[in-house]
Structure formats: structure tokens, C-alpha cells
Design a binder for this molecule. Structure first.
Ligand code: FES
Ligand code: FES
Length: 162
């Protein structure tokens, strides 16, 4: 740790955390390396691929473009938190059933982004789904199965309205 270290406190997946971080540490590196929350992935490291997507104060952000120090006082949620809470269980099941993942590298970010869309717009069109996930790169699936999975969850949620 250098003399640029800062003390921060934040809530991560419902747990209060107090840590000393280097001022230059990105949020995703902090989550992965200090908190062992490795579900958020590091791909491009410059805001393009979406693999590092997490939620800060309810909004999805690129974890590689935000500094951990900027999250002092914030509420951060990662795929681990959403998964443990069951918030995205239907999306996870749909991704699995429809083969919407292969290597899985993009999947945590993709699921967070899909959940963000479905919270804003419960019945998106396929074009709206494509538009919303367009900032999340997938090198494996060709996206068709991902759109199918998100669409099926939207329809089920809209029909079931749990
Ligand atoms: S690693 Fe953050 S957008 Fe690619
Ligand atoms: S499943 Fe491999 S990058 Fe999307």
C-alpha cells in the first residue's frame, strides 16, 4: 500500500465493509482481490466489454471504470449478492436451459444488465433487449440464445407477476 491509501466503508451484498484501498484501485479489482468476489470479471479493462458490470446504489456500472475509493458510503451489489438473494434465479435458469452461455465469462455481467432492463421495462421487445445488452460482449453464443433467455424471463415475469 502506498501513501495514496484511503480508508473507505461501504456495503457490499448487504455486508458492511471497511477497508484501506489504494486510490488507484478499481472497483472490480477491489471486489475480486480484497473481497474475493470473483464473479465480476475483468475483460477489456477500459469500459467496453461489460464483463465487470456491478450495481452501485442501484445502477449498473462498469467496475473497471470506477475506483473503489469512489464507492465510499455506497451500496454495491455483485452477481454473488443477486444470486444469493434469488433475485436473478429465473434468469440464471433460463440462461442455462437455453444455452445462453458457453465459457460463461460474460454471463455475470450479462445477467446484471438483463436484470437492469427487466426492472425498467418488464416487457421489452427483442430489439430493446438487444439494445440494452449491446454493451456486454459475448464471444461465444452469437447473442440469439441470450435474447431468447431474457425474453422468456420477461414473458414469465409479466405473466406470473410475482
Ligand atoms: S472489463 Fe470493464 S468493461 Fe471490460
Ligand atoms: S459465453 Fe463466452 S463470452 Fe459469453
Amino acid at each position: 500500500m502506498t501513501d495514496t491509501a484511503l480508508d473507505i466503508s461501504l456495503t457490499v451484498n448487504g455486508e458492511r465493509i471497511a477497508e484501506r484501498v489504494d486510490a488507484r484501485t478499481t472497483l472490480v479489482d477491489f471486489l475480486r482481490e480484497s473481497l474475493a468476489l470473483t464473479g465480476s470479471h475483468v475483460g477489456c479493462e477500459h469500459g467496453v466489454c461489460g464483463a465487470c458490470t456491478v450495481r452501485v446504489n442501484g445502477e449498473i456500472v462498469r467496475g473497471c471504470l470506477m475506483l473503489a475509493a469512489q464507492c465510499d458510503g455506497a451500496t454495491v451489489e455483485t452477481i454473488e449478492g443477486l444470486s444469493d438473494a434469488g433475485e436473478v434465479a429465473d434468469l440464471q435458469t433460463a440462461f442455462e436451459q437455453r444455452n445462453a452461455l458457453q465459457c460463461g465469462f460474460c454471463t455475470p455481467g450479462m445477467v446484471l444488465t438483463a436484470q437492469d432492463l427487466l426492472k425498467r421495462n418488464g416487457t421489452p421487445t427483442r430489439d430493446e433487449i438487444r439494445e440494452h445488452i449491446s454493451g456486454n460482449y459475448c464471444r461465444c453464443t452469437g447473442y440469439q440464445a441470450i435474447v431468447d433467455a431474457v425474453e422468456s424471463v420477461a414473458q414469465t415475469r409479466a405473466g406470473g407477476k410475482t
